[in-house]
Design a protein around this ligand. Structure first.
Ligand SMILES: NC(=O)c1ccc[n+]([C@@H]2O[C@H](COP(=O)([O-])OP(=O)(O)OC[C@H]3O[C@@H](n4cnc5c(N)ncnc54)[C@H](OP(=O)(O)O)[C@@H]3O)[C@@H](O)[C@H]2O)c1
Length: 381
């Protein structure tokens, strides 16, 4: 049956699209209306990521683009167009969303929660009851900084580090309610922070950590610092835990794992391995953490930040009382800085039960991270 994908021009969506095209002759792209020509942006990604010419040339014939507005009822389509679209679908991948860590809750809710509601409406309207694969985030675990977050858990009890996390939590809650009331299975895929070693390029979607670089540069400028080379770099204290760690998942591997998980799901039921564990009833939600087997220690993240911006960072346990103007400015972005205190792990037992305890194809270290973020960074052969 035919597959549709939202968010196909995004950092993750482009990799999902490329992976899906290995097994599907054609796909429907539910693109972001008014946001630039999706087909040419997709084509440019395929070229820049080294796709074979033959595949690049075939894209216009294999992709059908339907412009949609997530925030609008019926995705902004007429009733007739919405129903026709729904009736032609066997699977809907929902990857579109706003990942703005500084965004305000009302805006994030419109895109991430209402957007998900309208995608679920599309799935409900389809004559063939299309399967729904919802891209969430491991960070729905919220502001719980220690311990283990399990795939079955979904609780707002710990609060959230930022409005983005809250909006994704609310979207997942909506998905669970929908699956229950409609008696439909949904696959929920929770990647951690996605990264790549594909060199940065102005025509590629923004690498999530590029946003952090931009925030730091903006703060430097706002605090009146020039870009100072070498030893003149200003020092800045950042609150963090010396043994903190974060899970960073190569986006190409995340897309591959997600598509393989979807391929294992049984039409009309839950994913086969999960069903074998008795962990998901038909008509329910099966959730997977799509994470790297090894976390990245906070000192590596700090070393990366020092490669990106002309600053020296000192990790301190508490917010200093005598904060400099620069440190005070960084406090405006608690959405990011709080992650340096995190020491929790994401359990991915379900994924490992299905695919085995696999080593990742990628070693996510300073060199890997620099390759995807620092212009002209050469990875040692
Ligand atoms: N990036 C990460 O580290 C990360 C980690 C965990 C989970 N996730 C989840 O993965 C999914 C994809 O993230 P991403 O990294 O690919 O984000 P991204 O690069 O910002 O891409 C977002 C995608 O959503 C589309 N979109 C945004 N607003 C829309 C709207 N109003 N109507 C229709 N389409 C809209 C964008 O289209 P345009 O480009 O045309 O605007 C783009 O294709 C999101 O659900 C996110 O929460 C991401």
């Amino acid at each position: 049956m035919h597959v549709a994908l939202t968010g196909a021009t995004g950092f993750l969506g482009l990799r999902l699209l490329r992976r899906l095209l290995t097994t599907h002759p054609s796909l429907t792209i539910l693109s972001h209306a008014g946001s630039g020509d999706a087909l040419s942006r997709i084509t440019r990604f395929f070229e820049l990521s080294g796709a074979p010419d033959e595949l690049v040339r075939a894209l216009p014939g294999r992709l059908r683009v339907v412009e949609t507005a997530l925030e609008e009822p019926r995705l902004g389509l007429s009733r007739a167009a919405f129903e026709k679209l729904a009736d032609g679908l066997g699977t809907i991948w929902h990857s579109a969303g706003s990942i703005n860590l500084e965004g305000d809750l009302a805006h994030l809710r419109r895109t991430n929660v209402e957007g998900t509601r309208h995608v679920l409406d599309l799935a409900a309207a389809g004559r063939h009851a299309p399967a729904v694969h919802h891209v969430s985030t491991a960070f729905v675990a919220g502001a719980r900084r220690d311990g283990v977050a399990y795939e079955d858990e979904l609780s707002g009890a710990h609060g959230f580090e930022n409005a983005y996390e809250r909006s994704k939590f609310e979207a997942e809650t909506l998905v669970r309610d929908w699956a229950r009331t409609h008696g439909r299975p949904v696959l929920v895929l929770r990647p951690s922070i996605l990264v790549t070693d594909l060199p940065p390029h102005p025509e590629l979607p923004t690498h999530p950590l590029q946003v952090v670089e931009q925030i730091l540069r903006d703060s430097l400028r706002a605090a009146g610092h020039q870009d100072l080379p070498g030893t003149d770099r200003p020092r800045m204290r950042m609150v963090g835990h010396p043994y903190g760690h974060l899970n960073l998942m190569p986006v190409e591997e995340a897309a591959d794992v997600m598509v393989r998980l979807a391929e294992r799901s049984v039409p009309g039921g839950s994913a086969s391995g999960a069903a074998a564990q008795g962990s998901a009833a038909p008509g329910g939600v099966t959730t997977y953490h799509v994470v790297h087997p090894h976390d990245v220690p906070v000192p590596t993240i700090i070393a990366l930040l020092e490669r990106l911006v002309p600053l020296h960072f000192d990790v301190v346990p508490e917010r200093p009382e005598d904060a400099t103007p620069l440190e005070a400015l960084m406090d405006f972005y608690p959405g990011f800085t709080s992650y340096l205190r995190h020491r929790r792990r994401f359990d991915d037992t379900r994924v490992r039960t299905l695919f085995g305890a696999r080593p990742s194809g990628y070693r996510v270290d300073l060199d890997y991270l620099c390759a995807g973020l620092v212009h002209g960074h050469a990875v040692p052969g």
